[in-house]
Write a protein that binds this ligand. Structure first.
Ligand code: NAG
Ligand code: NAG
Ligand code: NAG
Ligand code: NAG
Ligand code: NAG
Ligand code: NAG
Ligand code: NAG
Ligand code: NAG
Length: 626
């Protein structure tokens, strides 16, 4: 480019950026922040990519504006001036006419969300703090993934269906908000810009795809070119350095897995999740060599120990029994996946240990934060003297539902818990519910489940279609959640034996009361601080709906969250075929009258009888509190 061109563009830039300042309402957006983020040099793009890029740049600028002013968009009378200022970054590409962006769109929001507080009022506190916990860090690599995952969750649960693809539409609101308030480096930080808005030298993709803005800018800001090249050069070198560092870490983990196991004292921090691979010696030290006194729970899978790490923090360690080294790669992968899923209502994984020792055989241990208040099972059926009051039960119900909704809709790929039960709902010092053991049910040693080998779960909580056919979907978790909710409301166990040693399901009992319009009789006698009857009744109806034997009648977990936390009414509950555990003549009658559909019910009936004889209720009563 000739000197003449430089001068021309400089002149153009000068005129168009200051002209509006003098004669119209000046634009309060600061487009200057885009300059250092635009890579240089970059190839040309087709129109649709350029428009996308322009839109992303605008969202970043709006995020910066939100951070400064707590408003999502500038006043309408500045809209034209804002477009003109933006346009000066690339005079040769007419953004509005080429992309069909209307002038007013820059000042229009999604729903009625105009300010920080209106956004925060729409999103529950727990979800917002989940966003902050995932996004308030440098958004590189997996940190970016967990942040965008929690934002997608906000989008899907609270802003869905209203996202017309306009300039400041609902789609981008979570990112705009997160850039402004949930991420301390803010939207102008290169990693944040790259993660939340796919803009900047940090993004390999947008590096390739970038548009003309940078080209023009590079010309305009002559000196800037050198600087930008320098920055992106050193950035690239930094990335390379990081990548090689990461690769080394990965190789280290791999070599640990491959054979040199056995407590060498080596510890590696995994690439993607900050998950610590503990050595067996560290684990032994933490648990005083698996001292009896440190055991806080037992179950079919093994024991749970309390322990102290060398940094003094208190943790729970779950030691699986009867493991073989063969499944370790699979196990490690699963643990990595689990660790990448973070939510206030899910137990956070700290690390794990796999090792083979001469004396004790192969070891698999996972390490989590210790929960001060034990498990929900302890409080409902354990030795606790005081009954939980309604406000705490309500909080536990909501937290559990949110944690599960996040597993189903926030995690990528979705995770089905498979083993939701009262002893897997842990409670921290503030009685915030934390769902434990997600994704691990499949590592229960073979033969330990008293159901079939295909089915991992606990009697009384397992959805009929899963127990019978091994058909596993998110709705199986909804069933188990419904059962836990009934336990929480009624103080009765999922499965009890009556005087004649006949099994009876809390789900059947609650349904019979609801059918008789006595829903409130489900509520446990003597529960302190009872809430308003209409709320209690609503919870009962939701629980009964969730534990419906037919999976298509159950709501999804995000519908459950919505029903629990808003005024959304509960749909009427479809009639059940017959109670799951029915007197035998009922079943015969129904088989007589109707052949095909009832077969499953009788199958289930026999199944329950059989397995209850074999298993007793030993496993159900154990607690895995950690
Ligand atoms: C816009 O942002 C740049 C870079 O952060 C800053 O130097 C400048 O002062 C800002 N301008 C306004 C008007 O706030
Ligand atoms: C523009 O380019 C992108 C990727 O470079 C491609 O996916 C898209 O189909 C292209 N659009 C048009 C209209 O050519
Ligand atoms: C937005 O607010 C206006 C008045 O404040 C109200 O009339 C309108 O129904 C609201 N729209 C939505 C989608 O909430
Ligand atoms: C959410 O947090 C805000 C401020 O931190 C507080 O005023 C409000 O009561 C909280 N809402 C709920 C439902 O906890
Ligand atoms: C984010 O972290 C920083 C320090 O790391 C802290 O000062 C800030 O308060 C945190 N922001 C939020 C919203 O928690
Ligand atoms: C979408 O907007 C309509 C009103 O415009 C509102 O009734 C509906 O609840 C909104 N949907 C969501 C998921 O927020
Ligand atoms: C967004 O765009 C659609 C068409 O793409 C249009 O119908 C709608 O009115 C626009 N929304 C706003 C807020 O301008
Ligand atoms: C960008 O990523 C692609 C693969 O996604 C890779 O082939 C290419 O070398 C990368 N470019 C740079 C500059 O890192």
């Amino acid at each position: 480019m000739s000197i003449f061109h430089h001068l021309f563009f400089f002149f153009f830039f000068f005129i168009s950026s200051f002209f509006p300042l003098c004669f119209a309402q000046s634009c309060p957006l600061n487009f200057t922040i885009l300059r250092p983020l635009i890579p240089n040099p970059r190839p040309r793009l087709n129109t649709s990519m350029e428009c996308h890029y322009v839109l992303q740049g605008l969202r970043l600028v709006l995020s910066d504006y939100l951070r400064r002013t707590s408003a999502f968009f500038p006043p309408l009378d500045t809209a034209d001036s804002c477009w003109q200022t933006y346009q000066t970054l690339d005079p040769s590409f007419d953004m509005r006419s080429t992309c069909g962006f209307q002038t007013a769109w820059i000042s229009e929001g999604c729903l009625n969300l105009t300010t920080k507080s209106s956004f925060e009022a729409r999103i529950p506190n727990a979800t917002l703090s989940d966003v902050v916990s995932n996004c308030n860090q440098s958004l590189q690599g997996s940190a970016c993934a967990s942040c965008t995952r929690s934002l997608a969750n906000v989008q899907a649960l609270y802003l869905a269906d209203n996202s017309t693809a306009n300039v400041s539409d609902c789609t981008a609101y979570p990112s705009i908000y997160a850039g402004a308030f949930a991420n301390y480096p803010g939207p102008t930080d290169a990693d944040t810009a790259s993660c939340l808005f796919s803009i900047g030298p940090g993004n390999n993709n947008s590096n390739r795809r970038s548009n003309r803005i940078g080209l023009i800018l590079g010309v305009l800001v002559g000196v800037g070119v050198g600087l930008a090249v320098l920055i992106s050069g050193s950035w690239f070198a930094y990335r390379k350095y990081q990548a090689s560092k990461r690769k080394k870490g990965r190789d280290r983990i791999r070599s640990l897995e491959m054979g040199s196991l056995g407590g060498s004292g080596l510890r590696s921090i995994s690439e993607s999740t900050n998950l610590i691979h503990f050595s067996f010696d560290e684990i032994k030290e933490a648990t005083k060599s698996f001292s009896r006194h440190n055991i806080i729970g037992t179950g079919g899978y093994g024991n749970v120990y309390k322990g102290y790490l060398s940094d003094g923090s208190e943790v729970a360690l779950k030691r699986f029994k009867n493991c073989s080294a063969a499944g370790d790669a699979n196990f490690t992968h699963e643990v990595e996946v689990i660790a990448s899923v973070r939510h206030v209502n899910l137990v956070a994984l700290r690390g794990y240990c796999t090792a083979t020792t001469a004396l004790e055989g192969h070891q698999r241990i996972i390490v989590c934060d210790l929960m001060k208040n034990g498990s929900l099972y302890d409080h409902l059926f354990g030795s606790m003297e005081k009954k939980l009051g309604w406000p705490i039960r309500q909080k536990i119900a909501l937290g559990t539902a949110r944690g599960l909704a996040y597993l189903h809709y926030g995690a990528q790929p979705a995770i089905i818990h498979r083993d939701i039960k009262a002893s897997n709902i842990l409670l921290d010092d503030k009685f915030e519910a934390k769902v434990a053991d997600f994704g691990l049910a499949k590592f229960t040693p073979e033969g330990m489940t008293h159901l079939s080998t295909r089915v991992a779960g606990t009697m009384g909580y397992v959805a009929p279609e899963y127990a019978l056919y091994g058909q596993l979907t998110e709705r199986s978790d909804v069933y188990s959640f419904g059962v836990v909710l009934l336990e929480l409301l009624s103080g009765k166990k999922a499965l009890v034996m009556d005087d004649d040693n006949q099994p009876s399901l809390v789900a059947d009992w609650a349904w019979s009361l609801v059918k008789a319009e006595r829903a409130l009789d489900v509520i446990e006698d003597g529960m302190p601080k009872l809430g308003p009857p209409e709320v209690l009744e609503k919870y009962v109806l939701i629980a009964v709906l969730c534990s419906h034997p037919e999976l298509q009648c159950r709501p999804t977990m995000d519908q459950v969250v919505k029903m629990l936390e808003t005024d959304t009414s509960v749909p009427s509950i479809p009639e059940r075929p017959i109670p799951l555990v029915a007197p035998i003549d009922d079943i015969e009658r129904s088989i007589g009258s109707n052949s095909s559909g009832q077969f499953s019910s009788s199958g289930y009936q026999m199944f329950i009888h059989e397995s209850s004889h074999h298993s007793g209720r030993k496993d159900e009563g154990t607690s895995s509190s950690y």
